[in-house]
Ligand binder design. Structure first.
Ligand code: GDP
Ligand code: IMO
Ligand code: MG
Length: 426
């Protein structure tokens, strides 16, 4: 048995949560491998819409075990709010949710440091979700972090105090006001609650699951173009969002990776700062934003919108070894007479068809191919054979350019609005 990996190929919010939920009945275990509450993974079924932040998107199914892997960073306060909401919905969390002891904790001061750092950057700010992600991963790699397993240690409080002291020192160099006393009680309360959940050594758990022929799906957060190494640095998140992150974030050997499901929107969005070659600043961009309800699931910020960028998509396919593509939000493009797809760029006087090191807007302009749009409302379709011919051509075009089959076409936010093009996924 191999571990399949599902990840976003653009700048996040591709619809990963929806597809994990759709695929969960095929799996015994779902594991989140990186990121933290900067993620917002939306699921819709039976008229319920739910946004998950830290908890894997398999949690609504009766049988699957959901693991928060060592590569994830956890804010106990956000996590407990998330758990409370799920308990209210009748989800049996205790038996289905496991935590890696090696996952790092987001402290209240990590959130303050995130805010102070962004404020200090002014116009150059990353557009962080302000959830403390960057500072927590900095402490992890700086070997100062506090892990879930530490909360059971007798010296937990002194470790906490020592780290907070370091953070206060840094904050004293910023012109930034804060009231830590207001933040700490709920954090420690959430830590006490976290103690009542099962903590595991997820690397052992997962490798034993292999031996027992269990099927495992690793769920990514953010997207490949936000990856700390391969994203549009410095406008990225602070973890490896790519397939390799599933190995380091769950304890999976590279030769255990099976299918790599790459999720992408039929167009592009981005929230926060950073280059976005195909960004639209006109009414077409507004129409995509309104049709697609492109407002952040975590921060509510309007998402920037633009046409599909094939060189960027091909880059993500390459870095991740994507074996199957899943195209989301095809319904949002209904009604445009023509749909543009970027197939290359004019880059410093030269035509190129790959994503270069620096793709700032001053350096490059997209080259577009125009395809015929479709007028039909897709949201009621339940069979891939019912799709309009021009959508079939759009799919074929992307498959030809990327060399990877598109096995799911999503036509609405609900579980049921999912058209499957592969026998293995039925
Ligand atoms: P994630 O972070 O990758 O899980 O994606 P988000 O949940 O942040 O954002 C995706 C948004 O699109 C959510 O509001 C979903 O409910 C919605 N969505 C997912 N798939 C589709 C689709 O095929 N069509 C439409 N119209 N909405 C979709
Ligand atoms: P999901 O999993 C979209 C963006 C932020 C910002 C940059 C860095 O829902 O797809 P951070 O808070 O990580 O330091 O912010 O990354 N960002 C996301 N954008 N979807 C996400 O997650 C994101 N997580 C972070 O907007 O530009
Ligand atoms: Mg999201």
């Amino acid at each position: 048995m191999k571990v399949d990996v599902l990840l976003g190929l653009q700048w996040g919010d591709e619809g990963k949560g929806k597809i994990v939920d759709v695929l969960t009945p095929k799996y015994d275990i779902i594991g989140r491998f990186q990121g933290g509450p900067n993620a917002g993974h939306t699921l819709e079924f039976n008229g319920i819409k739910h946004v998950l932040r830290t908890i894997p998107s398999g949690i609504f199914h009766k049988t699957a075990i959901n693991i928060i892997g060592n590569g994830v960073v956890i804010d106990p306060v956000v996590l407990m709010a998330e758990i409370d909401a799920l308990i209210k919905m009748g989800v049996d969390i205790k038996s289905k949710l496991l935590f890696s002891k090696r996952a790092h904790l987001i402290l209240p001061t990590h959130r303050l440091l995130d805010a102070a750092s962004e404020a200090a950057k002014g116009k150059e700010k990353i557009g962080s979700t302000l959830k403390g992600i960057g500072p927590t991963y900095m402490d992890k790699t700086g070997r100062n972090g506090i892990r879930v397993g530490d909360i059971a240690l007798p010296n937990f409080k002194s470790k906490y105090d020592a780290l907070v002291e370091k953070h206060k020192q840094i904050l004293s160099h910023h012109n930034f006001e804060y009231n830590l006393d207001e933040m700490e009680p709920e954090w420690f309360k959430a830590i006490e609650q976290l103690k009542t959940y099962t903590q595991i050594e997820s690397e052992h758990f997962i490798n034993e699951a292999f031996q027992n022929n269990k099927s495992i799906l690793a769920e990514g957060a953010q997207g490949s173009l936000l990856d700390i190494d391969f994203g549009s640095y410095p406008f990225v998140t602070s973890s490896n969002t790519i397939c390799a992150g599933a190995c380091t974030g769950l304890g999976i050997a590279p030769n255990r990776i099976g299918n790599v499901y790459g999720i992408f929107k039929a167009y592009c969005t981005r929230v926060g700062s950073g280059p976005f070659p195909t960004e639209l600043f006109d009414e077409v961009g507004d129409e995509i934003r309104n049709n697609g309800r492109e407002f952040g699931s975590v921060t509510g910020r309007p998402r920037r919108t633009g046409w599909l960028d094939l060189p960027a998509l091909k880059y993500a396919v390459m870095i991740n070894g994507v074996t199957e593509l899943m195209m989301m939000k095809a319904d949002v493009l209904s009604g445009f007479d023509t749909i543009k797809v970027c197939t290359g760029y004019n880059y410093q006087g030269e035509k190129i068809n790959y994503l270069p090191y620096d793709y700032s807007p001053e350096l490059l302009t997209p080259i577009y191919t125009e395809l015929k749009g479709w007028n039909q409302d897709l949201t009621g379709l339940n069979d891939i054979n019912q799709i309009p011919a021009s959508l079939a051509e759009y799919i074929a075009f992307v498959e030809k350019e990327t060399g990877v089959p598109i096995t799911i076409v999503s036509v609405g936010p609900d579980r049921t609005q999912t058209l499957i093009r592969s026998k293995e996924l039925v």
